[in-house]
Design a protein around this ligand. Structure first.
Ligand code: ADP
Length: 488
């Protein structure tokens, strides 16, 4: 394999251009590591309004690319911007992507998401053809790109540019599947015969784009080893467990990495003070600054400061935390919450904030900079997720000397090692049953250990030594790309 491996990386969101969650982080950093490891990787994503507003330097590379969408042939303009030195192809079609949000608004998901992401999928393949870029691997991410593996086995099978391309499909969250009425199948460009059946992309009479990705890709990954096991069970598979078990020989769990250029307290410009494992004293200045910024009582400086940075979604396990919120706030602690999402959860925290003035501060909204300052300023981060494909915040927390308290699920299970008071080994706290009492018990244990400054410091240092660099995961992806290519 003398030639450089060529990868077309398709993602509906890529940091810094557009992000709604962990997928954006992954898509903005994995390709950088692949490139450093000599892969010729190129990214394609929709040209959303937020990308336009970001004023990224870009140039027009294709005008009026013809893209099939159902019975129609539509046009798209392709711009190229750069992620460091990686080409990022922005697919412009304003009636589809020039909207204030990526996937939906208060009303719910956009009604035409199957059109929007079928168009994106076809446009990515069409632009590859137009540029004569012949990818060895097309790396697809989540349901928005789920038809691509099917298209390669169907309408694009005879494409001169793409007939030798294999596909890898990565699942970042089983909870979002892209389910649409069967009448919309023609939009995808996939013929009913051969594709719309229970072994194909049909799911209880509907179209399921995540299932398309699972069924038709040459290999599947998800973002942690534990989640790769869990999704083959009814509890976590969300209806896909059967098909995933059938494909288990081609299903791999590869842990996400952390972009330490963004998340490292020794050079994080969002912080009041830099610090590191070797020189940890700056962390207390970050705590002091955070207490002031969030309007907590100054006495909290001597108490364990608990925090959450999270989408407020039933996935994140906040319902069990809400159940015991008063018990926790009656302990000698402070708490900060940064989150956006579910209004019921927001209100529960708002009401608690009224009952426990000065002890808990909440910020509802998305605030990247504040997320960094919280990560540095708190002592303990709570991540009681019902399920967690990988989770990034626990890995960020570890580097920031903030101890993670997590439920033992998915990537949380793979990255957090329970602290053992006897051996002083481990980097956090872990509870197993999805249950408010189990969560409260661990919070009480953490608070007790916090009082022993020496032991707590060792716990922090243990966490700060962990290394979740992307290069390790990128090598695992490259190994998998190779084995897919060899099987071809
Ligand atoms: P998920 O992708 O399920 O939301 P992850 O832990 O994989 O969970 O990634 C969440 C990412 O989003 C992290 O980078 C986290 O810091 C960030 N994040 C979540 N909520 C907020 C918020 N309200 N403000 C700023 N950043 C947030």
């Amino acid at each position: 394999m003398g030639n450089r491996m060529k990868v077309l990386f398709l993602s509906p969101e890529v940091v810094p251009f557009a992000k709604s969650g962990g997928l954006g982080d992954v898509a903005g950093s994995l390709p950088l590591s692949l490139k450093r490891l000599k892969v010729d990787v190129r990214i394609a994503m929709p040209f959303y309004r937020v990308v336009m507003e970001g004023n990224f330097k870009k140039r027009s590379i294709i005008k009026d690319l013809v893209v099939p969408l159902g019975a129609e042939k539509l046009n798209a303009n392709i711009f190229e911007t750069l992620l460091e030195d990686i080409p990022v192809y922005l697919i412009e079609r304003d009636d589809m992507y020039d909207r204030p949000y990526l996937y939906g608004n208060k009303r719910g998901d956009f009604y035409d998401n199957i059109e929007r992401f079928s168009f994106f999928s076809h446009a990515a393949l069409r632009l590859s053809e137009d540029l004569g870029f012949t990818p060895d691997i097309i790396h697809c991410n989540d349901w928005q790109t789920g038809i691509v593996p099917a298209l390669l086995k169907g309408p694009y099978r005879t494409s001169r540019t793409l007939s030798n391309s294999s596909s890898l499909f990565t699942i970042h969250n089983m909870g979002y599947q892209g389910i649409f009425p069967r009448e919309k199948l023609p939009i995808t460009g996939l013929p009913e015969a051969g594709f719309f059946h229970p072994e194909g992309l049909e799911y209880w009479g509907k179209i399921n784009l995540l299932k398309a990705g699972i069924v038709y890709s040459d290999a599947i990954t998800t973002v942690s080893p534990t989640y790769a096991m869990e999704i083959q069970t009814p509890e976590y598979g969300m209806g896909m467990e059967g098909i995933l078990r059938r494909r288990s020989g081609s299903l791999y769990g590869i842990l996400n990495g952390v972009d330490y250029n963004e998340w490292d307290p020794s050079r994080d410009h969002h912080l009041a003070s830099y610090y590191s494992r070797k020189s940890i004293s700056g962390k207390v200045m970050c705590k002091e600054a955070l207490i002031k910024e969030m309007g907590l009582d100054p006495s909290v400086i001597n108490l364990p400061l608990l925090g959450l940075v999270s989408r407020l979604d039933s996935q994140k396990g906040l319902d069990i935390l809400v159940k015991i919120l008063d018990n926790v706030l009656n302990l000698d602690i402070g708490m900060v919450l940064l989150g956006s999402g579910d209004e019921g959860i927001q209100n529960a925290f708002r009401k608690a904030a009224e009952r426990h003035k000065g002890r808990i501060a909440i910020y509802i909204g998305f605030n990247e900079s504040l997320a960094h300052r919280i990560m540095a300023g708190i002592d303990l981060i709570l991540i009681p997720s019902r399920y967690e494909p990988c989770g990034l915040t626990q890995m960020y927390a570890l580097r920031y000397g903030t101890v993670p308290l997590v439920r033992a699920t998915g990537g949380l299970n793979d990255t957090v090692v329970p602290f053992d008071e006897k051996t002083i080994k481990g980097n956090g706290f872990k509870f197993v049953p999805y249950d408010a009492k189990a969560l409260l018990d661990k919070i009480e244990l953490a608070i007790r250990i916090f009082r022993d400054k020496k032991v707590w410091k060792q716990l922090m240092v243990n966490g700060m030594s962990a290394d979740f660099s992307w290069d390790i995961s990128a090598k695992a992806y490259i190994g998998l790309y190779r084995s897919i290519m060899e099987k071809r």
